[in-house]
Design a protein around this ligand. Sequence first.
Ligand code: SF4
Length: 255
Amino acid sequence: MASDPTAVVQEIFSGIQGEGVLVGVRQLFVRLHGCHLACAYCDTPAARAAAPAVCRVERDPGSRVLEDVPNPLAVDDLVAIVRRQYAGYPHQAVSLTGGEPLLHAALLAHLLPALHAEGWVTYLETNGALPDALAGLPVPPRLVAMDIKLPSTAGTPPLWEAHAAFLRVALARVGAGAVQVKVVFGAELDEVERAAALVAAQSRAVPLVLQPVTARPGGPPPPTTPPTLAAQTRAARHHSDVRVIPQTHVALGQW
Ligand code: SF4
C-alpha cells in the first residue's frame, strides 16, 4: 500500500488576506514549499530556497509566536494544526498557498476532502500554470485565486496557453462565482489587455484584479510606477469587472 503523502510546509499562520477580491477577511495560511517559476517580484523567496527542516507554525492565531514543527507534514498533522487554529479564531478559509501549492497535488488530493469534512472552506492561491494538476484533483478546492503572469513584469516565459487552460479547468470544476484572476502589472499595458481578453474569452463573470507591482523584499524598486488608471482603462476594453487592488497586507505592515 502506498504511504500517506506528505509535504514540506514553509509556515502556517493566521492573517488578513491582503490580495484580490477577498481583501480583509481572516484566513489561515498554509504555505507549501517550492515553486517552478521565478517571478522577478516574488515576495516569498524562502518558498523557493532549500527545503526547510521545520515548518514555522503560529502558536495562537495572530500571535506571531512561532513554533518549529518537523517537516514533512502529513494530512493528519495539518488537519490537527488547522483545527487548533480554528478553535482560536473562526477563519473565513484555509488558504493553500506557496510557493506553488499544486506542486503538492498528491497531498492536496487527501487534504482537501479532509478539510471540507470539517466544514472549512478551502482557498487555493496558485500561479495558474498547472492545469493538469488542478484537473487531476479528486476533489477541487472551494475557491480558486489564480494568477496570469505577464512576461514583461514577472520575467517568466509566456504562459498564456497554460493560463487559458487553467482558467477553463477552474471554471469547470468550481464555477465562475468561485474563481478570481490576479495580474501583477508594471508598465506593459499591451500584456494587461491580453490578460483581460483571455479572462473575458472564458467568462465575463470572473473578476479580474490588477495588482500594481511592488518591490520584492530586499530588492530594488520597480523601474516604473505602474499606470493604474491607464491599466484599468485598457483592461476594460475587454472585460467588465476589472478592479485595481494593491497588496493591502503591505500597507498594514502585516506578513
Ligand atoms: S509563482 Fe508565486 S511563489 Fe512562484 S516565483 Fe512567482 S510569485 Fe514566487
